[in-house]
Design a binder for this molecule. Structure first.
Ligand SMILES: Cc1cc2nc3c(=O)[nH]c(=O)nc-3n(C[C@H](O)[C@H](O)[C@H](O)COP(=O)(O)OP(=O)(O)OC[C@H]3O[C@@H](n4cnc5c(N)ncnc54)[C@H](O)[C@@H]3O)c2cc1C
Length: 414
């Protein structure tokens, strides 16, 4: 068995790269093992290739944006928060910008710049990077980590091992939940991995015709067994299976949790800024100005034409009927539908398509001040492999960077 390093980091995503570089910075000899040909494969596609690396939200509100175990992240954020991350990248030559809802991106809009900066950090801190290195197991002797096993048959020895292998979504990018079995057999609990920030499968067949249409800042209400559970204002995109985009993603955790409790419905308010009676007035105005206009040609606020056609159909109104011939009841019915388009949830999309994995290695067996296992000495976990999950907006990458940084500091100081 080769024992050339103080620290082995498994997984070259954001959590693993920052953990390895930070341990190296504190003069530890570190090897970073990544199964892919290159580092940061998932990181490259984040934020549609632009990498929404964090969010400018202040610390006292940040934890509200985590669905699972926000308190566990308290120490990690105190040690290395959004401002630290932004400064970290500035020092490595990447300037950032803030977009709507506090989302932070590299000024170049290129996730490649973030990966390059992390590679520079690894290089500056003399981390040995070994790509095409698939780890198949960890070696533990008497509750002390002793190294890892590689697919080629070689064992690599070290007294500190940081697991940064990510979750289980988008497995073709390298993260396939491989660490769960290692954690399980060394006494850690695994919380059922399930889709997080996921598209939502809808029963109504008409959604298919709307594929690709996006809605900006609409109201979305979540109902469980006909009882209102939550309401948000967000952007939404129709997909062939149902709905996608930030609004769907941010509701998906609640939807997933609620599906086991009964029937789940979503109501879309396409006119969140006006009441029903204001909607009626507006429709009457439109009719007064162009009485011959047919339903199918109606232009109403920002509602896309194809969705208006669906709403007319749901209201039982013939699309070729002149609007001036609509009865009061028909008009009220149409506005009512604009205010609450009903969608019946079938399921979440499968985990492999979800943006993140909810569940994973239980936080109960991890020390939040160091990321070290409470069971196996010298074994550390960070990033999405752990049972932490955030909403969209840069929260998941910040969690990966903060927990990775903390693990890097902790191995160096122990
Ligand atoms: C399409 C998409 C867009 C996203 N956009 C954003 C965004 O804009 N902002 C945001 O905050 N979050 C975003 N996320 C989520 C974010 O990418 C993840 O939360 C983050 O990458 C997790 O970092 P990680 O280092 O823990 O894991 P990963 O990034 O998954 O890295 C883990 C690495 O470990 C390697 N590995 C796994 N098993 C082994 C093994 N056995 N041996 C060796 N190597 C192994 C993998 O190949 C991988 O490179 C997005 C996710 C997706 C899928």
């Amino acid at each position: 068995m080769i024992n050339a390093y103080d620290v082995i980091v498994v997984g070259g995503g954001p959590a693993g790269m920052i953990a390895a570089g930070t341990a190296g910075k504190f003069k530890k000899s570190v090897i970073l093992l990544e199964r892919n040909n290159v580092l940061g494969v998932k990181l490259r596609i984040t934020g549609n290739g632009r990498c929404n690396l964090t969010n400018k939200m202040p610390l006292n509100r940040f934890q509200d944006y985590y669905v699972d175990n926000p308190k566990f992240l308290h120490n990690a954020f105190n040690k290395f928060f959004n401002t630290d991350l932004i400064e970290f990248f500035e020092r490595l030559g990447v300037k950032t910008k803030v977009e709507n809802n506090g989302r932070v991106f590299p000024i170049s809009d290129q996730s490649a710049d973030i990966i390059q900066a992390l590679q520079l950090y690894l290089q500056n801190n003399k981390v040995k990077v070994s790509c095409r290195s698939l780890v198949t197991d960890i070696i533990v002797e008497n509750n002390q980590v002793a190294g890892v096993k590689l697919a080629e048959g070689e064992n690599l020895k070290a007294e500190k091992v940081i697991i940064a292998t990510g979750g289980k979504s988008y497995p073709e990018l390298g993260s396939n939940g491989s660490a769960y079995s290692w954690a399980l057999k060394t006494g850690h609990n695994i919380i059922q991995p399930r889709p997080g920030l996921s598209g939502i499968q809808i029963k109504e067949s008409w959604v298919k015709a709307l594929q690709g249409i996006s809605l900006n800042q609409i109201g979305i209400s979540l109902f469980v067994n006909a009882k209102k559970k939550k309401q948000i204002t967000a952007d939404l995109v129709f997909a062939h299976y149902g709905i996608s985009g930030p609004g769907a993603f941010d509701l998906s955790a609640d939807v997933g949790d609620c599906l086991v409790k009964g029937s789940v419905g979503l109501y879309l308010d396409l006119l969140p800024c006006i009441s029903e009676s204001q909607g009626m007035e507006k429709l009457d105005d439109i009719i007064a100005k162009s009485p011959g206009c047919m339903g199918k040609n109606l232009a109403f606020n920002q509602i896309p034409k194809k969705l208006i056609a669906v709403c007319l159909d749901l209201a039982g109104i013939n699309a070729t009927k002149p609007l001036s011939q609509l009865s009061k009841k028909e008009k009220r019915c149409l506005i009512n539908i604009f205010k609450q388009v009903q969608l019946t949830v079938q399921s979440l999309r499968p985990l492999k398509e979800a943006m993140i994995t909810r569940g994973g290695i239980s936080v109960k067996q991890i020390n939040p001040a160091t990321m070290e296992s409470r069971i196996v000495n010298g074994l550390y976990f960070c990033g999405e492999a752990i049972d932490i999950s955030g909403l969209s907006g840069g929260f998941n990458l910040q969690a990966a960077f903060s927990t990775g940084y903390l693990a890097g500091i902790a191995v160096a100081n122990s």
